[in-house]
Design a protein around this ligand. Structure first.
Ligand code: DGL
Length: 277
């Protein structure tokens, strides 16, 4: 267990997907300590209602706060889309005026203008993220003239979770959703992978997306944005413990399953612990 006085950065995801974000964060900011919490017992979040995603996410954020985190990153797009705003506006002022919770949608949307030359952007995400309209709303704040179309890909997370992402079944669904996205706007020049699982499908996504289309995957974007945030918030940065990259992994489901999945999502052997919420 990390020393109670320490304040690791909390990284939350509904399950394994956030490990792709954690990997990039640790690569860019290896000096900090981290706690990763995956709510595997209640994943997937992508098909759940606003109220449920909010309730689950808030519970996990509270858990990470109770473990010493001053700063929590919602590495999950679905939580960022459905719970972040309520937590920031309604819950945080009551829980603690100094603790912070950040998401992954805003950092992705604020830099999309660097990639898109013609302002035509496509979003791929879970049903929940797409239904929330968070990506189009946020992109329009930064780039009001941009055209944004979206496609919900409800089968993509199960394909990854069931280790089917290299098989033919994955080709069927990936091609189907990409054709559907492109049919909504033939001028798309940039596609955002708005789900933490999708980097694992990158080879097949590239197979069906025309090569001139830029693909934005979030890990590195979130890592850079966090580095910038910590630079601008020195009081919070000082509180983040720097024990040389101590990382603890917690799952609400079976640690063995989590450890196996981590080989896939995180590319290394880890030893996770079970946590009851
Ligand atoms: N991690 C979620 C996201 O980024 C996808 C997985 C889920 O549906 O729980 O949207």
């Amino acid at each position: 267990m990390l020393d109670n006085k320490k304040s690791p950065i909390g990284i939350f995801d509904s399950g394994y997907g956030g490990l792709t974000v954690l990997e990039e964060i640790v690569k860019h900011l290896p000096q900090y300590d981290y706690i990763y919490l995956g709510d595997n017992a209640r994943a997937p979040y992508g098909t759940r209602s606003f109220e449920t995603v909010y309730e689950y996410t808030l519970q996990c954020v509270r858990q990470l706060f109770s473990m010493g985190c001053e700063l929590v990153i919602l590495a999950c797009n679905t939580s960022s889309a459905k719970a972040l705003r309520s937590i920031q506006q309604n819950d945080l002022p009551l829980i603690s005026p100094i603790k912070r919770v950040l998401g992954v949608i805003r950092p992705t949307t604020e830099i999309v203008g660097k990639y898109s030359k013609n302002g035509h952007v496509g979003i791929l995400g879970t049903a929940g993220t797409i239904a929330s309209n968070s990506y189009p709303i946020e992109i329009k704040k930064f780039f009001p003239h941009f055209e944004v179309v979206q496609e919900a890909c409800p089968m993509w997370v199960p394909l990854v979770e069931n280790n089917e992402f290299n098989n033919e079944g994955a080709d069927y669904y990936i091609q189907k959703n990409i054709i559907s996205l492109l049919s909504k706007d033939k001028d798309i020049d940039t596609v955002i992978l708005g789900c933490t699982h999708y980097p694992l499908l990158i080879n097949k996504i590239k197979k069906y997306l025309p090569p001139h289309i830029s693909i934005l995957s979030q890990g590195e974007i979130i890592a850079n944005s966090l580095a910038d945030y910590l630079k601008r918030h020195s009081d919070l940065e000082k509180k983040c413990s720097k024990g040389g990259g101590d990382i603890e992994f917690y799952t609400t489901d079976a640690p063995d399953n989590f450890n196996n999945a981590a080989l896939l999502f995180y590319g290394r052997v880890i030893k996770s612990m079970h946590i009851n919420l």
